[in-house]
Design a protein around this ligand. Structure first.
Ligand code: 13P
Ligand code: SF4
Length: 315
């Protein structure tokens, strides 16, 4: 490993060296820590990461994100070894839809088309007709014939938002993201009162009371694009605070304020504890030992791939 002048392990250059030696690629979600984003080959939202995973030709993908994202990469690119720096990096939304409960739920509506948000397990994906992300959920729902009933799972907030935009009467699963539902409406209102020149922008995983106040609603990538094209120069950002790193990089002259969480953590902003399990040390170790590796059984992979490809064909 390389050491810097202070004798402190220079983890970043060690990771980059190892990555080259092993013909690996680092994919990262916008919500991981800044220092990981800095050395990643590709950073994106869930849709862009799925599209990028499919095209990877390296021997190894190190996925700096959460388990369902790494699993999605494995489903889309089964011959590539996929590593996740911390196997405990889960997702409250994915956990809210256990396989057997979900099967019983969809069995109650045998004629319904099942649309599942990508934040779910590979088993739930395999029971679905379409996968969607926050970038294309409206497009996916609109592509389904009007006479068809639609089950939308597992995020009830995204489901309600899609329902309000498309006018479709969706059968909703009651799951949610612990980060977006933990944004404090009261603290947000105080911020809006204090910064009257700021625009509130929000991710559709937020509850409707927050979305009702937002000037713009979109996926992490859509929020990032919006702040660059908007004539405004101050934004209150209602999503995971990791996105602020790219926003500041893309529009350094603008001001970004992270939406406050009900229970304040060290930064008093909204952080996903699962995304933050990714660290430089774990990234180095996962590349070095080539573990933990993500595996998906063949039958599940086949079913989940079909649903993912139905989405990708539309996007
Ligand atoms: P997007 O990446 O689609 O914006 O979703 C955010 C998210 O919560 C990922 O876990
Ligand atoms: Fe899951 Fe929410 Fe974390 Fe995204 S931010 S990984 S939806 S818990």
């Amino acid at each position: 490993m390389t050491e810097n002048l202070n004798g402190v392990l220079d983890l970043k250059s060690s990771i980059l060296e190892l990555k080259k030696k092993k013909n690996a690629i680092i994919l990262a979600h916008y919500y991981v820590a800044d220092e990981i984003q800095e050395i990643s080959d590709f950073i994106g939202d869930s849709l862009a990461l799925a599209q990028a995973s499919k095209k990877v030709q390296s021997d190894i993908i190190v996925f700096c994100g959460v388990h369902f994202m790494a699993e999605t990469a494995k489903i889309l690119n089964p011959t590539t070894k996929v590593l996740l720096p911390d196997i405990a990096a889960g997702c409250s939304l994915a956990d809210s839809a256990p396989e057997n409960d979900f099967r019983s739920f969809i069995n109650q509506y045998p004629d319904a088309v099942v649309v599942s948000y990508i934040n779910c397990s590979s088993e739930v994906k395999a029971m679905s007709d379409y996968i969607c992300t926050s970038s294309n959920a409206i497009e996916v729902v609109n592509s389904i014939p009007a006479n068809k009933r639609i089950i939308f799972a597992p995020d009830i907030n995204l489901g309600k938002y899609v329902q309000s935009v498309t006018g479709r009467d969706l059968i909703l699963w009651n799951g949610s993201c612990m980060v977006h539902v933990n944004i404090s409406l009261d603290k947000l209102q105080s911020l809006l009162n204090h910064h009257t020149d700021a625009e509130l922008i929000a991710h559709p995983e937020c509850p409707s009371e927050i979305l009702d106040k937002a000037h713009f609603i979109g996926s992490t990538k859509a929020l990032l694009d919006y702040v660059q094209r908007s004539y405004k120069d101050k934004f209150i950002v209602a999503t995971e605070s990791g996105i602020l790193y790219k926003m500041k990089e893309a529009a350094p002259e603008k001001i970004f304020i992270a939406a406050p969480a009900v229970q304040s953590n060290s930064c008093a902003c909204s952080e996903c504890p699962y995304m933050k399990l990714n660290t430089l040390e774990k990234l180095y170790n996962t590349l070095f030992h080539e573990t933990p590796e993500i595996m998906v059984n063949e039958k599940t992979q086949e079913g989940a791939l079909k649903a993912l490809n139905n989405m990708l064909a539309l996007s």
